[in-house]
Design a protein around this ligand. Structure first.
Ligand code: TYC
Length: 118
């Protein structure tokens, strides 16, 4: 899009592409164009079959939780149905959720995780 980031040098016939600056330096808009990436919660769902110890183990292994944090998150999920493992950029959240599900399936547990945009 012309007019926001780099000023349009064709419109004013600017042969140096320097917006009339005259010394060959391209003038960039000083306003910031960066956007913070959206963050995603990795949500863990309760089920009746996955052992509590396994849930605590994966929270430590894939989400970097301490033993105490992992136990608390597991108990939240067990008692309320859902809980937050962590909050990450989309790519990291998706990767952690998929690795956890793959590991659970390999161990024959039905553990389920979902992403939720913040
Ligand atoms: N409800 C499971 C049990 O009683 C434990 C459990 C906790 C399972 C959290 C999944 O995400 C979960 N063995």
């Amino acid at each position: 899009m012309i007019g926001k980031g780099v000023k349009n040098s064709m419109a004013n016939d600017d042969k140096n592409n320097d917006n009339g600056n005259g010394n060959g330096q391209l003038i960039l808009d000083s306003r910031t164009k960066t956007k913070k990436p959206s963050m995603y919660k990795v949500i863990m769902l309760n089920d009746d079959y996955t052992p509590m110890e396994f849930v605590v183990h994966v929270l430590q292994k894939f989400f970097g939780r301490s033993s105490g944090e992992a136990t608390q998150i597991m108990l939240n999920v067990h008692q309320r149905g859902v809980g937050v493992c962590g909050v990450y950029s989309f790519e990291i959240a998706e990767s952690k959720a998929q690795k956890t599900i793959d590991y659970a399936r390999k161990n024959d547990h039905p553990l389920q995780l979902q992403l939720e945009k913040e």
